[in-house]
Design a binder for this molecule. Structure first.
Ligand code: NAD
Length: 264
């Protein structure tokens, strides 16, 4: 069996794809001939270089600087994708931020940002892109949730709330579009060593009063029974599988890529 199925010339909009998991998904998708809408923050020259590297694989790649906490900018990003690349066939709602703090010290502005970027942005992106996707009768919507969409950890109240929320959105949306040729699923990774996690190591050490080494071994990898970080390519490979014909009847659910974390 050939996996994934022919995805050549399809277009994927991947939010938060200038770094980490999103960038890895963009690179793996481009290898399959999928055109890419890059999005996210970062150094302009570096982003342009990533865009060109993607295009050197023989696909079209455009970049939108839309801020995922701003619904109007999300609509502009979707319109730009339609204008420059035609339809959007695949949406990967991936942009995310983290903040680690006890509830009573949690900065309300940070709470709002996490809910806006990690949860609300998926709604705004899908809302803008869905009418055209329905017309073409094929689509894949993949929400990068987290093991924290299934279980909690202390000091991550906003993140855990947003990730549990996106799991509910995934299921509801899947039912609404089940007969449109469009699936909607979540991927729930465990710890992947991206900039988002690197930043958490110091924050978590502070919140728990332990060393950074202890955060890695006794907090992060303690939950991962394989004792290994998940790799970006493993998450990207799971996303590609969800785009394949074999996954046509997988909808409204999640795939955990967490080294056994949520089995315990
Ligand atoms: P990362 O920090 O490497 O990348 C985050 C991306 O989101 C960057 O491109 C950044 O520019 C972008 N972004 C942040 N705020 C934005 C905004 N307002 N508008 C547009 N883009 C914005 O992080 P990552 O680890 O690759 O995380 C990607 C996703 O995977 C997140 O949703 C995260 O919650 C999820 N996740 C990560 C892990 C992990 O261990 N790294 C585990 C489970 C889930």
């Amino acid at each position: 069996m050939h996996l994934p199925s022919n995805l050549q010339d399809k277009t994927a909009l991947i939010t938060g794809s200038t770094s980490g998991i999103g960038l890895g998904i963009a690179q793996n998708f481009a290898d399959q001939g999928i055109n890419i809408v890059l999005n996210g923050f970062g150094d302009a020259a570096q982003i342009e270089q990533e865009r060109q590297t993607l295009e050197s694989k023989g696909i079209k790649a455009i970049y939108s600087p839309a801020d995922m906490s701003k619904p109007d900018e999300i609509t502009d990003m979707v319109n730009m994708a339609h204008e420059e690349l035609g339809n959007i066939d695949i949406i990967v709602n991936n942009a995310g931020i983290q903040h680690v703090s006890p509830v009573e010290e949690f900065d309300p502005a940070k709470w709002n940002d996490i809910i806006a970027i990690n949860m609300n942005a998926a709604f705004h992106t899908v809302r803008a892109a869905l009418p055209a996707m329905k017309k073409q009768g094929w689509g894949r919507i993949i929400n990068i949730a987290s093991a924290h969409g299934l279980v909690a950890s202390p000091f991550k109240s906003a993140y855990v709330t947003a990730k549990h929320g996106i799991m509910g959105f995934t299921k509801t949306l899947a039912l609404e579009i089940a007969q449109e040729g469009i699936t909607c699923n979540a991927i729930c990774p465990g710890y992947v060593r991206t900039p988002l996690v690197e930043n958490q190591i110091a924050d978590t050490a502070r919140s728990r009063g332990i060393s950074e080494e202890e955060v890695i071994n006794d907090v992060m990898l303690k939950a991962q029974w394989t004792k290994k970080f998940v790799t970006i390519d493993q998450v990207a490979g799971t996303a590609l599988f969800l785009c394949s014909d074999a996954a046509e009847n997988i909808t409204g659910t999640h795939i955990s890529v967490d080294g056994g974390w949520t089995a315990a």
